[in-house]
Design a binder for this molecule. Structure first.
Ligand SMILES: O=C(O)c1cc(=O)[nH]c(=O)n1[C@@H]1O[C@H](COP(=O)(O)O)[C@@H](O)[C@H]1O
Length: 320
């Protein structure tokens, strides 16, 4: 986490832009502008729509990354949005990660993996590189990934080993932002504690051997912005665990609500907003369906930058 913390300090901004493109979030003229080029390239016309959207996703992301790279420390591409388009979408995902990394951003791959140990070891190649010698080739370009703890320690250990060996990080789901999260996470155990509290203790323990110079381990936790009180209690309970805090903006999380999830120095958490930033152009009265693809891309970039600045300023206002 030391690299992430340094990036946050350099930008004085504990927020991350979520790159979760969907067809509805990319202006139609940008997608349409690739129709001819793609139709000439494909062997099977059935492939064209997914390829066209994938290329549009990458151009959309590139415009947003260019617009925010000097003000945010990190981006969080959500792999589901790209997987939905098949292999071309995966290409757009890895190209997005690579581009963001070239721009000096910390790349948090939201892949939410978790499985038995042997399978987790294969998933952990997201952090260690792929191929026969495990190291030479890193097509993912991620600095961290999100991980699901439901399978317990043996499903997590391969990720921790890969993260520590390569100076990367993982963020483990502890208290998720979604409405149904209480169905499992809030269940009370015989000890009187909640399931998510028990997971929190496991996560703090999993990171204990990997604490860096800033006091945080390579094993972070995901704590939703929609749970301000629980997040504050978790901050005290998990002193060496850095938080990824999604749920700001589109899901109702606010700067005031997440303030308690930071430590006394105003560090210890990275707040995510995806739709609130990449979809900010939709709220602009400058948008018109008749504008060109280039103008639409400029508006996407300008709106994302303004939204990212607003988020940064709102967070700064509640931090010490
Ligand atoms: O791991 C995550 O990032 C995550 C965990 C969680 O509890 N809630 C949550 O919303 N997320 C992700 O954070 C992003 C939130 O997107 P917006 O609601 O558009 O800001 C999505 O990529 C979610 O998959």
């Amino acid at each position: 986490m030391d690299r992430l913390i340094e990036a946050i300090e350099a930008k004085q901004n504990p927020s991350v832009v979520g790159l979760d493109p969907t067809e509805a979030l990319v202006p139609a003229q940008i997608v349409a502008s690739f129709a001819e080029e793609i139709s000439e390239q494909v062997e099977d016309p059935a492939e064209a729509p997914a390829m066209q959207l994938s290329v549009a996703f990458f151009e959309f992301n590139r415009a947003i990354i260019d617009a925010v790279a000097d003000i945010v420390p990190a981006v969080k591409p959500q792999i589901a949005m790209y997987e939905a388009l098949g292999p071309a979408g995966i290409d757009a995902y890895t190209m997005t990660c690579e581009y963001a990394k070239q721009k000096g951003l910390y790349v948090l791959g939201d892949v939410k993996r978790g499985d038995i140990g042997s399978t987790a070891a294969a998933y952990a190649h997201h952090l260690s590189g792929v191929g026969l010698d495990d190291t030479a080739y890193d097509p993912w370009h991620e600095d961290a990934v999100t991980v699901n703890p439901y399978l317990g320690t043996d499903g997590i250990t391969p990720f921790i080993d890969a993260a520590t060996a390569n100076d990367k990080d993982i963020f483990v789901l502890v208290r998720t932002s979604n409405p149904s999260s209480s169905e499992l996470q809030e269940l009370e155990l015989a000890s009187g504690e909640r399931v998510y509290e028990h997971v929190a203790d496991l996560v703090e323990g999993w990171g204990a051997e990997t604490i860096g110079k800033n006091g945080y381990s390579h094993v972070g936790a995901v704590v939703g912005a929609t749970h301000p009180e629980e997040g504050k209690a978790l901050r005290a309970r998990m002193p060496h665990t850095f938080f990824l805090v999604p749920g700001y903006g589109a899901q109702g999380g606010t700067a005031q609500g997440v303030a308690g999830m930071f430590d006394r120095d105003g560090m210890g958490a990275l707040v995510n907003s995806s739709r609130g930033i990449i979809g900010a152009w939709k709220k602009s009265d400058k948008y018109s369906e008749s504008m060109s693809a280039d103008d639409a891309l400029d508006l996407v970039a300008e709106s994302a930058r303004e939204a990212a600045k607003d988020m940064r300023d709102n967070l700064r206002a509640v931090l010490p």
